[in-house]
Design a protein around this ligand. Structure first.
Ligand code: HEM
Length: 468
């Protein structure tokens, strides 16, 4: 089937004459633009983004399942990831083909469900360090929880993956990541093909904004320190060790660029997503006090005053459900995008080769056909059998449809998040640790408006600290 034979005009969406306005709104506020399109045209939409080029905005679970899993061989990371690739390099998140396969095989064992339990101690140590600092604040103190949790998540990644203390570098890395995200978002819908020249220009812009130097410096230090002292301080193999001693396939080690790109990737992918999940969870718990009462009762009963460990997680079903429901409402990776290599039919939607397909978790997780009371915060829907899927919801509430891909905070198919088990362990342990000792109250009425960058951020999040 050739691209010209794929007839797509029956798919609703704005007319080509409106394309410029649509592009401007996608640039300005992509989440609001997606919500506006979905409200106007439904759950399968064709948006012209360049002459004879379309973005398909598809928000049913079967669309996501088809693109991410069933016919994943036909899809590559979308053009929208190219600015990100220019900024953090060709690491696991952005690479394709053999490069990606070699590296995924290499790092996957570090993150197996069984082995991530060994990350329990660095996670809880980092959490306790933050909470001890909070005890020195006066009751009722107000501070920006976003900055605190971002520093905490970076501390966790530093300790767990690189056996390094990154707390001193936290402000520099956070600033660099924020600048990088802003630039990546602005560059995303610039209709150019991303060759080496565009990549150089973007890097130069990012360098001026403080992104690249911040990250390259930290990554360079991590590698230099480990070269000087090859055994990880904790005595166990960490990710840095795996990357630096790897001899994949042909027996030759990874190049310095390959190692640096993976480190930058894990610094970004491994901390920002967990930090925003925890921010949204605390904001939601403040807005829904009965869910917070339930959480406090659970941690008090199960932990009895001791700090939580990885072994406790299975006995914290409500805490786990709070995290799952938080990621339903505010999926950190709020949109997932792919480019089609060949013509395809995505669960009934004809798609020509070269099209970009967005299957946004944010829209799928709030689709009323698959979720009852989709905008409500109800962790109980994730309790049955402790399944983090729409199945639990479906069984208890008539009128909604069953689909595994109705809940995809970690994506799906072979490009699904490699850090899922790590992130689940981390977010549950940190939330339980906080709930044991403190309450945080929103200082403004209502939940913060989400800011859709590479991740879905609450922005600055002032909250009031109440010791329990
Ligand atoms: C709540 C926390 C997290 C969420 C919601 C999340 C979500 C995701 C999603 C949706 C993808 C797939 C993107 C796509 O298909 O285009 C992904 C990929 C990835 N994530 Fe996560 N992530 C989280 C935490 C982590 C952590 C803690 C790490 C590292 C320790 C990590 C490392 C990665 C990497 C390296 C990839 C690329 C995997 C590949 O393509 O092979 N993530 N993540």
């Amino acid at each position: 089937m050739s691209a010209t034979l794929v007839r797509t005009h029956a798919i609703p969406g704005p007319r080509p004459a409106q394309a410029a306005r649509r592009l401007a709104s996608l640039l300005r506020d992509p989440l609001a633009a997606y919500l506006g399109l979905a409200a106007a045209y439904g759950d399968a939409i064709r948006v012209p983004i360049a002459p004879r080029q379309y973005l398909f905005l598809l928000s049913r679970p079967e669309h996501a399942e088809h693109v991410l899993a069933v016919n994943q061989d036909n899809y590559v990371k979308a053009f929208t990831y190219r600015p990100l690739r220019a900024l953090i390099g060709n690491g696991l998140l952005t690479s394709e083909g053999d490069d990606w396969r070699r590296h995924r095989r290499l790092v996957q064992p570090v993150f197996s469900r069984r082995d991530v339990r060994s990350f329990g101690p660095p996670i809880t140590e980092a959490a306790q360090r933050m909470l001890t600092a909070w005890t020195r604040r006066p009751a009722g103190d107000q501070f920006d929880v976003s900055a605190q949790l971002s520093a905490l998540a970076l501390d966790v990644v530093g300790r767990a993956l690189f056996s390094a203390d990154l707390t001193g570098e936290a402000p520099q890395i956070t600033r660099a990541m924020s600048a990088g995200q802003k630039i990546a978002m602005l560059a995303t819908f610039v209709p150019v093909s991303w060759g080496p020249r565009q990549t150089r220009t973007l890097k130069a812009v990012a360098r001026r904004a403080g992104h690249t130097d911040g990250i390259e410096e930290v990554v360079g230090h991590l590698i230099a320190r480990r070269r000087a002292e090859p055994v990880p301080p904790a005595g166990r193999r960490d990710l840095l060790d795996v990357l630096m001693t790897a001899r994949p396939d042909d027996g030759s080690p990874l190049t310095d660029t390959e190692i640096s790109d993976e480190l930058a990737t894990f610094l970004l992918a491994g901390h920002e997503t967990s930090a925003v999940t925890l921010c949204w969870a605390l904001a939601l718990l403040s807005a829904y006090p009965s869910a917070r009462d339930h959480l406090e009762a659970e941690v008090d009963t199960v932990l009895g005053g001791s700090a939580p460990t990885a072994a406790d997680v299975d006995r914290l079903p409500w805490t786990t459900a709070v995290i799952a429901e938080t990621m339903r409402l505010y999926p950190p990776a709020w949109t997932i995008e792919r480019d089609a290599l060949a013509d395809d039919n995505v669960a009934g939607v004809p798609v020509p080769a070269g099209s970009t397909i967005a299957v946004p978790p944010y829209l799928i997780h709030r689709h009323p056909r698959f979720w009852s009371d989709p905008a409500g915060f109800d962790p109980a829907r994730f309790l049955t059998g402790n399944q983090q899927s729409a199945e639990a919801d479906e069984r208890r509430r008539p009128g909604t449809e069953l689909s595994r891909y109705a809940y995809i905070p970690f994506g799906g198919g072979r490009r699904a998040c490699v850090g899922q088990s790590f992130a689940e362990l981390e977010t549950v342990l940190v939330l339980a640790s906080i709930a044991q000792r403190f309450r945080l109250e929103l200082t403004a009425a209502g939940l913060p408006k989400p800011i859709a960058a590479v991740t879905l951020r609450p922005g600055r999040l002032p909250m009031r600290l109440i010791p329990r």
